[in-house]
Design a protein around this ligand. Structure first.
Ligand SMILES: Nc1nc2c(ncn2[C@@H]2O[C@H](COP(=O)(O)OP(=O)(O)OP(=O)(O)O)[C@@H](O)[C@H]2O)c(=O)[nH]1
Ligand SMILES: [Mg+2]
Length: 276
């Protein structure tokens, strides 16, 4: 399995996970990213669906990327499994994509739509977005979950719908920042160019950090927020013990290269060799 082998810079594309509940706009966000970045970055996209290749077909039909660079993984099981517990199919898809089209800069992996608990394993992705939408209700941020609390970026999507569903978008974003102890939140609408620029700037920054060895993949963790690895209560069934991701987190979303890196266990991390 190809791994990063240099001590100075990663030799493969950054892998960016996009997770979040069903219908919050993950595929649309990826289409928006491709549209904005395809001119400057070499991209690939992998989608996960339980039974179909619906998301891949949607993205191919959006015409934002060479259709060959958009590939489905049919998980055949709970989407959570393929992005977290046994990531083999996704790792192979990402590696095949790079073998066929590499070198690439960024491979975006869409999770199957799930509930609030699905997060990517840091053995699969280097960074991850968690996508909520305002149509899910303004209080969903307060309901919490590992993705909301500790994904690298929380996206509150479809802000253009706020007035129609009675959601105060500014308040929802503020509560998101509070839930994340200051880690970044983007309020996004594909109809709002400034918000799209904020998202694409974040992706560029993440890529720069990744390439310069200043990005440490973190594990948002499989359980509800406020679970700490140094508390052993309720830990018995947790197959993924983790350090808390909101350690020294800077306002721009970067994390210190020291203790915030997850000590993943058992998996062969695809990102081995990161870091200067
Ligand atoms: N108003 C509005 N609608 C949006 C926006 N982004 C996505 N949508 C709509 O939201 C619906 C769901 O979008 P998708 O991108 O398919 O959502 P998804 O999260 O990929 O869905 P699953 O893969 O089925 O979980 C579609 O009807 C989109 O057109 C947005 O910024 N504003
Ligand atoms: Mg989708």
């Amino acid at each position: 399995m190809p791994e990063n082998t240099t001590a100075t810079a990663p030799v493969r594309a950054m892998r960016l996970g996009v997770a979040g509940p069903v219908g919050t706009g993950k595929s649309s966000l990826i289409a928006t990213l491709c549209r904005a970045l395809a001119g400057e970055l070499r991209l690939g996209v992998i989608t996960n669906d339980i039974y179909t290749d619906e998301d891949a077909r949607f993205l191919r039909s959006a015409g934002v990327l060479d259709p060959e660079r958009i590939r489905p993984v049919e998980t055949g099981a709970c989407p959570h499994t393929a992005i977290r517990d046994d990531v083999t199919a996704n790792l192979l898809a990402a590696e095949d994509m790079e073998a066929d089209f590499g070198p690439l800069d960024l491979v975006v992996i869409e999770s199957g739509g799930d509930n609030l608990t699905a997060t990517f394993s840091p053995a699969l992705v280097d960074a991850q977005l968690f996508v909520l939408d305002v149509a899910g209700g303004g209080d969903v941020v307060r309901k919490g979950g590992p993705g909301i609390a500790r994904a690298d970026l929380l996206v509150i999507n479809k802000t253009d719908l706020g007035p129609y569903v009675g959601v105060d978008v500014a308040r929802m974003a503020r509560e998101g920042r509070e839930a994340r102890e200051g880690s970044p939140v983007v309020a996004l609408s594909r109809h709002d160019e400034a918000s799209v620029r904020t998202l694409t700037d974040w992706v560029r920054d993440a890529l720069t950090r990744y390439r310069t060895g200043n990005h440490a993949p973190v594990d948002p963790g499989p359980m509800a927020p406020h679970f700490h690895a140094d508390q052993d209560a309720g830990d018995a069934g947790d197959a993924h013990p983790h350090t808390h991701a909101h350690g020294p987190t800077h306002p721009d979303g970067t994390t210190d290269a020291d203790g915030t890196a997850d000590a993943h266990h058992g998996h062969a991390p695809a990102n081995a060799g990161h870091g200067a």
